[in-house]
Design a protein around this ligand. Structure first.
Ligand code: ADP
Ligand code: MG
Length: 392
C-alpha cells in the first residue's frame, strides 16, 4: 500500500478497532477532446494513479461515523432523512446514497474514513473520484446490480442533483472505467467507448498547475454553449439531420461562413476541428505515433487560445515555454479553461530540469509559484489488497 492508502486504513483501524475494506477510485486526465462533450463529440480521458481511498465497514446497526482525513472533520449523518450538510465533502457521499435510495435500494449505516493524494480543485476531478469510490464500494458491499457505466451515470446524477454542478459524464466514466496504459475514447452522444493503447515508456504525463481560476469561467462557459447552439441552429436549415456540432463538417461550415457571426463561426470551427482531431489522435495511438499525437495537443491549445478563447495568460505562457523544447512531445491547457493545469507529454529524463525552468519564468512573469504533478495511467475503481497487519 502507498502512504495515503496506509494512512486511511490505519486511521480506520485505530478509530474503530476493526479491519475495514479499502477501496480506491482514481482522478483523471483528458489527453485531447476539449469542449467537445456538450457538442456530442468525443473525449479521450485516462484514469491516473492518484485518487481517493475509502476505508469502509457497515456498522452493527448504530449510526455511521464518516471521517475526512484531508479536511479533518467528522459527521454522523442520518441516512433515513438525507439532507445537505455544512461539510461539503460529506455531501458527495450523501449525494451518491441519495441516488441509490432513489433507485429503490436501502443503504445501511457504515463507518468510513476518506483520504486522497489528488490535488483538490486542480482539474483532476477529485470530486468524481470521491463519488466513484463511494458508488463502487456501496455496490460491491451491498451486491447491488449496477455495472460500471451505470455507476458513472449514477455518480453524474448525484453531482448534478445533490451538489448542483451540471457536469458531464467524462470524469466519473474515466474514474470507474480506466485501464492502465490505455485511454478511453468516449462518445459523448451514445456513451459508446473504446480503449486505445497509450504506451508512454520513456515519457511522463506531467501537469503544470497555474494555481489560478479566473472568475470568467462560469459565464464564458455558458456563452460558449450558446454560441455553439447558434451555429447549429443556423446550419440546420441546410441539413435538418444536424442535431449538434458533431454532425457538422468543416466543408459545410466553410460554405456558410459568411452567413455566421464571425465569433460564432470561430467557436464552431474550433469544435468541428477538435472532434476530428480527437478521432485522428486515436489513429495516432493505434500506430504508436506519439509525435503526431503530441502535435495535435499543441493544435488543440492554439484552437482553445485563438478560436474558442477559453485560455488565459498563465496557461498560454506555460504552453509557449515548452513549444520549442525537444523534450516536450505535446502540451495544451486541460479542462474548461481560464486556469487550472496544462497537460504535457515529456521525456522522462528532462522532467525535473523542465519544471525548474518553467517555475522560474512563471514566478518571474506571473508572481506565482508553479506546481507540478507527475501521473501515470491506472486502472479504474477497485478493492485494494490489504497487506497483513504487521506484528508489533
Ligand atoms: P475537482 O476539479 O478536483 O473535482 P471540485 O471543486 O469539483 O474539484 O471538487 C472538490 C471537492 O471534492 C472538495 O471541495 C471536497 O468537497 C471534495 N473532495 C475532493 N477531494 C477530497 C478528499 N481528499 N477528501 C474529501 N473530500 C474531497
Ligand atoms: Mg469536480
Amino acid at each position: 500500500m502507498n502512504d495515503t492508502a496506509q494512512r486511511v486504513y490505519d486511521h480506520f483501524q485505530n478509530t474503530f478497532a476493526t479491519e475495514p475494506h479499502l477501496y480506491f477510485s482514481p482522478g483523471r486526465v483528458n489527453l485531447i477532446g476539449e469542449h467537445t462533450d456538450y457538442n456530442d463529440g468525443f473525449v479521450l480521458p485516462a484514469a491516473i494513479d492518484k485518487g481517493i481511498y475509502l476505508a469502509i465497514l457497515p456498522t452493527a446497526g448504530e449510526p455511521g461515523r464518516w471521517i475526512s482525513l484531508d479536511f479533518n472533520e467528522e459527521v454522523t449523518p442520518d441516512l433515513t432523512r438525507i439532507a445537505p450538510l455544512p461539510q461539503e465533502w460529506a455531501n458527495y457521499v450523501l449525494g451518491v446514497i441519495d441516488q441509490f435510495q432513489k433507485g429503490g435500494h436501502t443503504i445501511a449505516p457504515f463507518h468510513c474514513v476518506i483520504g486522497g493524494n489528488l490535488p483538490v480543485g486542480a482539474g483532476l476531478s477529485s470530486s468524481a473520484a470521491l463519488e466513484s469510490v463511494v458508488a463502487y464500494a456501496l455496490t460491491d458491499l451491498n451486491e447491488l446490480d449496477y455495472d460500471r457505466p451505470a455507476l458513472a451515470l449514477l455518480a453524474q446524477r448525484s453531482e448534478n442533483q445533490f451538489i448542483g454542478v451540471q457536469c458531464g459524464i467524462m470524469d466519473m466514466f474515466a474514474s470507474l472505467m480506466g485501464r492502465e496504459n490505455q485511454v478511453i475514447r468516449l462518445d459523448c452522444r451514445s456513451l459508446d467507448y473504446q480503449y486505445f493503447p497509450l504506451h508512454t515508456e520513456g515519457l511522463r504525463i506531467v501537469l503544470f498547475d497555474t494555481g489560478v481560476k479566473h472568475s470568467l469561467a462560469g459565464t464564458e462557459y455558458n456563452l460558449r454553449r450558446q454560441e455553439c447552439e447558434a451555429g447549429v441552429a443556423h446550419l440546420q436549415q441546410y441539413d435538418p439531420s444536424i442535431k449538434s456540432l458533431r454532425d457538422v463538417s468543416l466543408s459545410l461550415l466553410e460554405a456558410h461562413r459568411g452567413e455566421l457571426d464571425p465569433v460564432v463561426y470561430k467557436r464552431c470551427k474550433y469544435v468541428v476541428e477538435e472532434i476530428a482531431r480527437t478521432l485522428a489522435a486515436t489513429d495516432d495511438l493505434q500506430r504508436g505515433d506519439l509525435a503526431s499525437f503530441g502535435t495535435r495537443m499543441f493544435e488543440t491549445h492554439a484552437g482553445l487560445q485563438y478560436d474558442y478563447e477559453v485560455s488565459c495568460p498563465e496557461l498560454d505562457l506555460l504552453v509557449e515555454l515548452v513549444k520549442q523544447d525537444a523534450a516536450v512531445i505535446g502540451a495544451r491547457m486541460m479542462g474548461g479553461g481560464f486556469g487550472g493545469c496544462t497537460i504535457n507529454l515529456v521525456r522522462e529524463e528532462a522532467v525535473e530540469a523542465l519544471f525548474a525552468r518553467l517555475a522560474t519564468v512563471y514566478e518571474e512573469k506571473m508572481g506565482r509559484k508553479l506546481a507540478m504533478y507527475n501521473v501515470t495511467t491506472a486502472d479504474g475503481s477497485n478493492l485494494q489488497e490489504v497487506s497483513a497487519p504487521s506484528v508489533k
